[in-house]
Each structure stands twice: as structure tokens, then as C-alpha cells.
Design a protein around this ligand. Structure first.
Ligand code: CO
Length: 178
């Protein structure tokens, strides 16, 4: 298991447009494994590659007891409904805001085996997938909030960050956290 370092709000890679993967090779497989490990170690339900400093269109989602999702070059091909729900982000710890998302999406993605498939997802899994695909386009959940709400949360973020430098967060292994 290898945990990657998480980039926090302020790190330029979070604002990058990630590039297409195309062919799934051993490096991408390893990246997917590490994304899952890092996400679980940090108690997240989704993590995009640029959050660990790799600007490629790869992300993972794992919500509750539902099957986990590997996203490689994902494209949302259908969206229906709209629901508001609270979101957070491993790159912006302790900051939460309500975001409107489609309630149901159909996402086309490449599997680790290299097949192009379509997945239909609803509710929290759909929300997480939309949040992660935003990451691949350099978009953060904060961008969906009203300017007033965003300013308020940025104030809180600056307060939380007081005295800290840099935009990297080492995720402790589960063993180290007990
Ligand atoms: Co996020």
C-alpha cells in the first residue's frame, strides 16, 4: 500500500485541466490503487488524481456499501433531477457547503481492463462522481457556492490555516492514527 500526499486548496495543480489518459497501463493501475488507499486512509468518499498532484483524468469514488467506482477519462452523458446536498473535499479539510447537483447521472468511463463502459448512478454516488469530474476540470465545490458563502468559508479556511505553510498534507496510515 502506498499513500500519496494530498494537495490542499492553494496548490496550483487543483486548478489544472487534467489530461486524457487514453491507454490504461501499469502506472495508471498503480495510481488507482494509491488513490483508493489514500482516500480510505483520509476517510474520504472520493479522490481525484490531481488532488495527489497528478493532472490526469483519473478518480475514484467509494460510497457506503455500494460498489466502488473507478473513473478513467470519465464523461457524463446524461443527467436528471437536481438535489442540494452538503459537500466537503479532502483538499479543503473542515470546510463544507451545500451544492446543487444532478440526482442521477450516466457516466461513461474506461475500466482498469481498458473497456469503455456506461454506469448509471444516483444520489450520493452521483454527487461524488460529479464532484470528482469537476476536479479533473480544475473546479472545486466552492466554485458552485454564492460569492457571499464562498467568502465566509474562505475566511474560515484562512483562520484554520493560520501559521501553516505549504499546500501539502501527508495522510497518516491507519496504524499511525490509532
Ligand atoms: Co474534492
Amino acid at each position: 500500500m502506498s499513500l500519496r500526499t494530498i494537495h490542499l486548496l492553494g496548490s496550483p495543480v487543483l486548478r489544472e485541466q487534467s489530461s486524457e489518459v487514453g491507454t490504461v497501463d501499469a502506472e495508471i493501475s498503480q495510481l488507482v490503487t494509491d488513490l483508493f488507499d489514500t482516500m480510505w486512509a483520509d476517510d474520504g468518499i472520493g479522490l481525484a488524481a490531481n488532488q495527489v498532484g497528478v493532472a490526469q483524468r483519473v478518480a475514484v469514488v467509494d460510497v457506503n456499501d455500494e460498489p466502488s467506482v473507478v473513473l478513467i477519462d470519465p464523461v457524463i452523458v446524461e443527467r436528471t433531477g437536481q438535489v442540494r446536498g452538503e459537500e466537503g473535499c479532502l483538499s479543503i479539510p473542515d470546510i463544507f457547503g451545500d451544492v446543487d447537483r444532478a440526482q442521477r447521472v450516466v457516466v461513461e468511463t474506461t475500466t482498469l481492463e481498458g473497456d469503455r463502459i456506461k454506469l448509471e448512478v444516483i444520489d450520493l454516488r452521483a454527487r461524488a462522481i460529479q464532484h470528482e469530474i469537476d476536479h479533473l476540470n480544475g473546479i472545486l465545490f466552492l466554485d458552485h457556492l454564492s460569492p457571499l458563502k464562498r467568502r465566509m468559508l474562505m475566511k474560515k479556511w484562512k483562520k484554520l490555516r493560520k501559521g501553516r505553510t505549504g499546500f501539502l498534507k501527508e495522510v497518516p496510515t491507519a496504524a499511525a492514527r490509532i
